[in-house]
Design a binder for this molecule. Structure first.
Ligand SMILES: Cc1cc2nc3c(=O)[nH]c(=O)nc-3n(C[C@H](O)[C@H](O)[C@H](O)COP(=O)(O)OP(=O)(O)OC[C@H]3O[C@@H](n4cnc5c(N)ncnc54)[C@H](O)[C@@H]3O)c2cc1C
Length: 326
């Protein structure tokens, strides 16, 4: 058992009781490797997947009032959990909080919906603008936090409103232009707010065009990315300076000679060098060491400091870019 102190035992017991009243299971000492696409990470003291926003608000309030570290995640497709896991509570915003409504060209969706389902539903309704998110293995909430997307597009462009809840359980609504969207950035990376619902405005399109475009994007993703091994997608950011002076991060890492470099079971993919794949039982420390080596060589040879898109979750539940965890 990871969280053995009497304080931990007490609050775990309280959370288990609270969840039981809702008919939910609070998982204890739950391996976080089961909740992220890298398949890496030690146990969480407690992991809970709420089925209503009222439950989420109550959990957040309880954690806040009792000083319990807490982090909300989606599918963990952009996260590296520490080998020691999280000494606190991990809250999964997933398939139970994934309702969606379409009204003309406006979509209102809960944060737990998967990016692919959202894209396909929009396409089937003849709405264009979300083709680029098909195949991204995250939730809408995670995508908004990361301002993710592909093909030089980002979800932020389609967002008109984001609804959040803070650690005291208070709700807030932000307009799209208040979300401070920039390349793989949003204000939600600095704030403790949990995203609950998102309103998107799309363009009227033709499903006979939109759906084949999505299929083509998926084909291209399968061709270019190592999809069969656990990873978190692109590890490093393609920041403006890097792109202008040296090219995209995958090409830069390849040119630095890292394709196939292995530490433990963490390997720089030989298909796409901006992916670090887990070929067995990789540890977070193996991935972090690869990141450190790549950054050091990039700095020594190119004079450029590479930064990471992927995030590290520390044992105290704080989330920060991988390069800030070194
Ligand atoms: C094979 C592969 C391919 C990928 N391709 C792409 C790509 O093409 N483009 C791209 O942008 N990304 C890509 N990614 C990365 C990842 O899928 C995206 O960043 C995705 O948007 C993360 O969503 P998630 O639900 O998994 O979030 P998580 O990884 O669970 O969390 C990411 C961050 O968001 C926070 N968070 C999650 N949900 C909420 C919420 N409801 N409220 C508040 N905070 C929340 C977490 O605390 C964390 O800080 C890829 C990943 C993989 C594994």
């Amino acid at each position: 058992m990871s969280g053995g102190s009497s304080t931990t035992v007490r609050w775990r017991g309280a959370l288990i009781t609270m969840c039981a009243q809702w008919g939910l299971e609070a998982l204890t000492d739950e391996p976080l490797s089961r909740h992220c696409t890298w398949r890496i990470g030690g146990p969480a003291d407690v992991l809970i997947e709420p089925t209503s926003w009222a439950q989420l608000a109550a959990l957040l309030r309880y954690a806040e009032e009792n000083g319990i570290p807490a982090v909300a995640i989606g599918k963990g497709s952009n996260l590296l959990f520490d080998d020691c896991g999280v000494r606190g509570v991990v809250i999964v915003i997933g398939r139970h909080l994934a309702r969606l409504e379409i009204d003309g060209s406006t979509i209102q969706a809960e944060a737990g919906i998967s990016a692919s389902r959202l894209a396909r539903t929009a396409g089937l309704a003849g709405l264009a603008g979300l083709e680029h998110i098909v195949g991204i293995p995250g939730t809408l909430g995670g995508l908004v936090v990361m301002n993710g997307g592909s093909l030089r597009k980002a979800i932020g462009n389609a967002i008109v409103r984001v609804q959040t809840i803070n650690r005291r359980g208070e709700q807030r609504i932000l307009r799209g232009d208040e979300c401070e969207f920039a390349y793989r950035r949003s204000r939600f990376q600095q704030e403790d707010a949990i995203i609950t619902e998102v309103t998107l405005k799309l363009a009227a399109g033709d499903k006979a065009q939109v759906l084949p475009q999505m299929r083509e994007i998926l084909r291209e993703r399968r061709r270019r990315f190592p999809m069969t091994l656990p990873s978190c997608g692109s590890v490093f950011k393609g920041d403006v300076e890097l792109l202008r002076r040296f090219g995209p991060p995958g090409a830069v890492i390849e040119s630095l000679g890292f394709k196939g470099t292995r530490i433990g079971d963490a390997v720089v993919s030989s298909l796409h060098a901006n992916f670090i794949v887990n070929v067995g039982a990789a540890h977070a420390r193996d991935v972090l060491e690869l990141v450190r080596l790549i950054r050091r060589r990039a700095f020594d040879r190119l004079g450029h400091t590479m930064t990471c898109e992927a995030k590290y979750v520390a044992p105290n539940a704080r989330v920060r870019p991988l390069d800030e965890a070194l």
